[in-house]
Design a binder for this molecule. Sequence first.
Ligand code: PEP
Ligand code: MG
Length: 593
Amino acid sequence: MPDQATPEEIRLKGIGVSPGIAIAPLQLTGSRFEEPETRLIAADAVAREKERLQASLTATREQIRNLQREIDDSAGSDHASIFDAHLLVLDDATVIDEVMRTIEGRQVNAESAYYGIINRYLESLRKIADPYLRERAIDIEDVARRVLKNLRWPGGEAGRGIKAIDFEKPSVIAAHDLTPSDTVALNRDRVLAFATEAGSPTSHTAIMARSLAIPAVVAIRDLLSHVHPGVQTLIDGYHGLLILNPSAETLEEYEALRQREGQLLKKLEKLRSAETATADGRRITLSANIEFIEELPLVKEQGAEGVGLYRTEFFYLNETELRSEDRQAENYTRAAEELQPHGVIIRTLDIGGDKLWPEHFEEPEPNPFLGWRGIRVSLARPEIFKAQLRAILRASARGKVGLMYPFLSCVEEVRRANELLDEAKLELDHAGVAFDPDIEVGAMIEIPSAALLADAFATEVDFFSIGTNDLIQYTTAVDRINERVADLYQPTHPAVIRLICDIVAAAHRHQIWAGICGEIAGDVLLTPLLIGAQVDELSVGAAQILRVRRAVSQLDSGDCGEFLQEALKRREASDILEMCREVAAEKYPELID
Ligand code: PEP
Ligand code: MG
């Protein structure tokens, strides 16, 4: 039995989406009932603060009634009546009076007064033994969270912009979920790792965690009911584990793991300036995926042959000022110059899906991944699109730059995008601005309709970059960010492997190159399949560069071709994955667990 002084170690399992280990006190963030900032207000601002509270109560009432109506329609009035209790909590005159008196008496902002009083009620309810009454605390917390949210973002959450997630001391964080905007706002010096209840390996939040080199674990069931702030926590992004109160033995075990990792990295370091080729000499371009310019030093340090995918959404998720053509041109030029003699492939805006552009997505779409996303947004906003194209073209005068269009589902889209590119070139020409007239233009093939029409797409562009994150999602109808169906998200699904082979073959028939920039490019278990499919380029997270280079160097391209043919005879994803595991275990055991 653990004694009082040594709290019990608890291990929670999820999916490791960004490698690394961090140990620090845990903090909660996201949709929890968080203490707002207290602001002292002037005497003449008291009336205004009370009005803010009233407005927020009205907005909350409306939201609860809407919810109640929706649920009444879909699940019946029994369920909808839960919200009657919420309305009673919201309109409790004693609470409202007390909050109003606190705003006036202590001259503080409405958020702080409201939080203080509700929290006091919650504390006393949580101490009551009766489970029914304790349950009521959840209702009160739910309502109070809404009120605070409406106080903070009176126009609705959509217009809120980015809120930095930061703590005073180094911490690991737990949340129900983090959006890509939350992730970009993490203070990287103090947030050492994070864990969430929701999420999946190819959500943009997970991709960003890898880019930012923040260890992360997602899809931990009931995470928030196990954790509380301040508890010493270890997050293991390699194995998808969160360990509360790690014991002395666990800490020792992790120290040993850290050392093993360190030794492997030392060995791999020797490959930094090596070329990427199979054992029989077939060259592969091994480039990196980035989301931020700040990643360039790491990309170069790891010996990447340029950047194969620069995701540019973060100009648009950030402050408006970053989006100007000049700011973008400056940023792309820096990338092009710093990456010499290699190049950078800049992907045009792929907003939508799980990366929402606040001012244009006020009305939530029922199916954002099937909605207004990627090239669809760019073609509907040609001025914004052309500003980005001009910025990319301007950078092309200063280094090796390519561009590619995301989310293409039909040939008309790539043709229209190319027309706008021609217009952008003409505009620069008239203005006497230099650019590379032969800039390489690529199509991301990530929707099955584009994969099936790869021959037609190949006549419009100079290369293909296969976005397998989306190709898997759309081929198998599995939402890439929904943890409930995460086990159905199978990169080795035979249908996906066939599409990849067909896309590469179509590219080669038309004498253009084809690469992969989805997350599977960095998964060394799958390297034999991808070499077998004859891809020309793999674009991976910076942390995967050396591992993939090593894996490629251990494989023979002829053997991989035969291996692929064998794999294509299998009908189940798990069979193909098992075959891959066997090859990897034989050829580069040090790279896999
Ligand atoms: C992909 O879909 O594989 C891809 C690389 O793009 P993103 O993950 O940004 O959708
Ligand atoms: Mg994609």
